[in-house]
Design a protein around this ligand. Structure first.
Ligand code: BGC
Ligand code: BGC
Length: 814
């Protein structure tokens, strides 16, 4: 070692020798950028092309890795060494890695695999709920902890890189990858991208740090009819609004790689889309990691089987840095070399791709620690990780109906049936040990039935039969665990019916015939078309695809843990409604955000946010008002459009969707409207800004007053115990005198109440508070102020309201 350092200090250029720390790129003390630049300067074209190539483990030998200078190997779904154990994987990994280290420059390969709900290709790994279940937990911290646990299991097998998370926003439940999505709204995948931090750790190269992949960029969940690998037909604004936000957040969290989607955007394959990959992702969003293609994805660019030089050039020039060419890797190498030599792929693009890939390899510490870190092997399927999975399963359960049969009591006679009751493979779904997943004892775990038996112990009786036969009226309750059986990409698309099949329906019929209450536990990757049957079921729980820890389902059935999951998707009334999503106005069986609890239902105290962007489009004597939807944790029930007339306002109309037409406009007479959102519990949002409309022909352009603050509010409280008094000063900071005024604001906390007010007429509805001038202080000249106040009570905290409006116009505060 001392000799090596001394030699490096002389500045002599040596022929690199594998294993000798003599060259700048081999010096961990130097900044990564310097090491990358040094290494790049030593690489031949073939070495650079090798770095950009990813082959499948079963289609490549360690000798190939050396000869072709391959930069990466992957395990496809279910592709595992024998024995499929942590040690078997680590041995395989090290063998490939030694092949890479045997090259003249000794650049380590990076090994990737789909650890998408735990390290699911490995028998014995902890299998966590698929993403749709995690979305139901609404718990980003939990997702991060799952990422950490998974990274430890992955690290113990040598694997450096997971093709996860899928940040897909599934908009049509017919899509067979819906369960890989955290839910139908971009904010869910955005929040749950915390799993990236779990996988990678706070910094790449830290303990058990595994490179994460945000996939599939972009619009994979938005294809027409939910067809896998299909065509996402959206305007750019919609594409950006629905599908981009989770990627923006993952980049902010430092995600190391991004995988391109098989799908097309308005007919153009993503794999060849330079605008979305280079201009948007790399340039506009500033993504500095590397872009990997999906499995043979570049072969789909021209629609004909087999890579062509044109496809390779288009993909690389579009901005793909590493190509997943599972078995066609040799032809990819030959074609890319030809394209570079012919000048159709510039060297600058090859260097950029290499810089990106090598940067991540250095950051991960692969040059210093190229071999598997077997010290983590013991974490695979460890008790601690299974306990975490059990917690996640329990938190993902969504109670959709309860006629009183839940929670189950341990000292009762319980009959359990259904093909997903005692089947680890079925409850784990696709991407479990094999690509499409499979039924049966595919990996160790606790089935839902075993979880029920564990909970009951000797306190009561649990009887099981697959199809329900043997039940009689002596049982207190029957639990039918039914739903879907495993599937993954392609095979999981359901273009026609989305209901339970005859086997499941027959099982339930048999149980019902005994006359005991039936609890249905749906094990499925998405909502199913069950509206016709739900009235016959006493209780219903959506269990999603929980993975190996079925005990978590039993925990909720017996109220060992309370049900807290909320729907991450809108539950259809009928398959014909697909696609159905929150805010589209289609009536749901269970709305987005729905989820019951056992106790007296926890009061919903959170008000929707104020509608924004209120606009009017005038057409003759009518005008269509539109606005941006409010958000609310259980969904907005309706929007109430108010018309302002002088000091008072009247309800003009109500609508479930963010649009309403106003009729009967009279030329020359302007009218003012604003909108308030309400949820099912009656909580109302603060008012939107107002919009002014006039009949066309006089002033066809509506004059929006939104955004112009014409008032100024100061709000101070004096708090004691659970009471307080608030003093408010309102100043008319506009240029017009007001004859009559109404001040509106919303309390941030549902426990805050006005008990008695002065200098105005006070009213409160939900959290929304209204104060209308008293008879003696209605006239408020420009620049003048008025003082008012109230006594109130609060429970918990007493935060001050965030915003105020005066006669519908927003106020500045302070
Ligand atoms: C592989 C999967 C891959 C799929 C793509 C399968 O054979 O195992 O990993 O995603 O092919 O078609
Ligand atoms: C899937 C990807 C996956 C890859 C490797 C593809 O078919 O679309 O999600 O990461 O195979 O298995």
């Amino acid at each position: 070692m001392a000799t090596a350092v001394a030699l490096a200090a002389t500045g002599l250029t040596l022929a690199p020798v594998a294993g000798a720390s003599t060259l700048p790129y081999q010096d961990p003390a130097l900044p990564v950028a310097q090491r990358v630049a040094d290494l790049l300067s030593r690489m031949s074209l073939d070495e650079k092309i090798g770095q950009m190539t990813q082959a499948e483990r079963a289609k490549v030998s360690p000798a190939d890795v050396t000869a072709y200078r391959l930069g990466s190997i992957l395990s496809g779904g279910g592709s595992a060494p024998a024995p499929n154990t942590a040690a078997g994987w680590a041995d395989m990994y090290d063998t490939f890695q030694r092949g890479a280290l045997a090259t003249p420059l000794g650049i380590p390969m990076i090994y990737g695999s789909d650890a998408v709900h735990g390290h699911n290709n490995v028998v014995g790994a902890t299998i966590f709920p698929h993403n749709i279940g995690l979305g139901a937990t609404r718990d980003p911290g939990l997702a991060e902890r799952i990422g950490r646990a998974t990274a430890e299991e992955v690290t113990g097998t040598g694997v450096d890189w997971t093709f996860s998370p899928c940040l897909c926003v599934a908009r049509n439940d017919r899509w067979g990858r819906t369960y890989e999505s955290f839910g139908e709204k971009p904010e869910l995948a955005t929040q749950m991208s915390s799993i990236v931090t779990g996988y990678q750790g706070t910094t790449l190269g830290g303990p058990a740090s595994v490179l994460a992949t945000a996939k599939h960029y972009l619009g994979d969940g938005g294809t027409t009819n939910g067809t896998d690998q299909g065509n996402t037909q959206l305007s750019e604004a919609e594409l950006r609004a629905i599908h981009l936000p989770p990627f923006v957040e993952a980049i902010r969290k430092g995600v190391g790689s991004i995988m391109i989607s098989y799908s097309s955007w308005n007919g153009q394959k993503l794999h060849g889309n330079r605008y979305l990959i280079t201009d948007l992702l790399k340039n506009e969003l500033g993504f500095t990691g590397f872009v990997v293609s999906d499995w043979n994805g570049i072969d789909q660019i021209d629609g004909a089987p087999g890579f062509t030089g044109a496809e390779v050039a288009q993909a690389i020039n579009a901005g793909i840095d590493m190509v997943m060419a599972p078995d066609g890797w040799q032809s990819f190498i030959t074609l890319l070399r030809g394209e570079v030599q012919a000048g159709r792929v510039p060297m600058s693009r090859i260097d950029d791709a290499n810089r990106r890939i090598l940067t991540k390899k250095f950051e991960l510490g692969l040059f210093e620690r190229p071999l598997a870190d077997r010290s983590y092997a013991g974490t695979l399927g460890s008790a601690a990780h299974r306990e975490l999975a059990r917690e996640a399963v329990a938190k993902s359960q969504v109670l959709l109906k309860n006629g009183g049969a839940l929670p189950l009591r341990t000292n009762s006679r319980i009959f359990v049936a259904g093909r997903n009751a005692d089947n680890i493979g079925n409850q784990s779904g696709g991407w479990t040990v094999s690509w499409q997943g499979g039924s049966g004892n595919t990996t160790p775990g606790t089935t839902i039935l075993q979880g029920i038996r564990n909970t009951v112990g000797s306190a009561g009786t649990v009887t099981y039969s697959l199809n329900g036969s043997g039940i009689d009226s002596s049982y207190d309750v029957a639990v039918a665990v039914v739903g879907e059986t495993p599937y993954a990409e392609g095979q999981g698309d359901r273009p026609t019916g989305m209901g339970l099949d005859a086997t499941d329906l027959n099982t339930i019929t048999t149980l019902r015939a005994a006359g005991v209450p039936v609890v249905v536990v749906l094990v499925s990757g998405r909502p199913l078309d069950i509206a016709a049957q739900v009235p016959n079921w006493n209780s219903l729980v959506a269990a999603w695809l929980p993975g190996t820890e079925g005990q978590g389902v039993a925990d909720v059935l017996f109220a060992v843990r309370q049900p807290t999951g909320k729907l991450p998707v809108t539950w259809m009334q009928s398959a014909s409604q697909q696609p159905i999503n929150d805010g589209d106005g289609k009536p749901a069986l269970f709305p987005y955000g729905y989820g019951l609890s056992y106790g007296s239902p926890a009061p919903d105290t959170t008000a929707p946010t104020a509608p924004t962007n209120l606009r009017a489009t005038v057409n003759g004597t009518s005008a269509t008002l539109t606005w941006s939807p409010s958000t609310d944790e259980v969904g907005v029930r309706e929007y109430v459009v108010h018309e302002l007339a002088g000091t008072s306002d009247t309800v003009y109309g109500r609508t479930a969707t963010p649009s309403l037409t106003v009729t009967g406009l009279v030329p020359g007479v302007s009218r003012q409207f604003f909108v308030v959102a309400a949820d099912a519990a009656g909580n109302t949002s603060p008012a939107s800004t107002t919009v002014v409309v006039q009949a066309a022909g006089v002033d066809p352009t509506p004059t929006p007053t939104q955004g112009t603050a014409t008032c100024q509010v100061s709000y101070a409280t004096n708090d004691w115990g659970a009471g307080f008094s608030a003093t408010i000063t309102v100043r008319n900071s506009g240029t017009a005198a007001l004859s009559g005024w109404t001040l509106r604001f919303a309390f941030p906390d549902a426990g805050q109440r006005v008990t008695q007010g002065w200098s105005a007429t006070w009213s409160q509805s939900g959290t929304a508070v209204t104060a209308t001038n008293a008879a003696w202080n209605g006239s408020l000249p420009a620049g003048a102020s008025v003082g008012l106040g109230f006594n109130g009570t609060y429970s918990g905290t007493n935060p001050r309201p965030a915003s105020f409006t005066l006669n519908g116009a927003p106020c500045t505060t302070g």
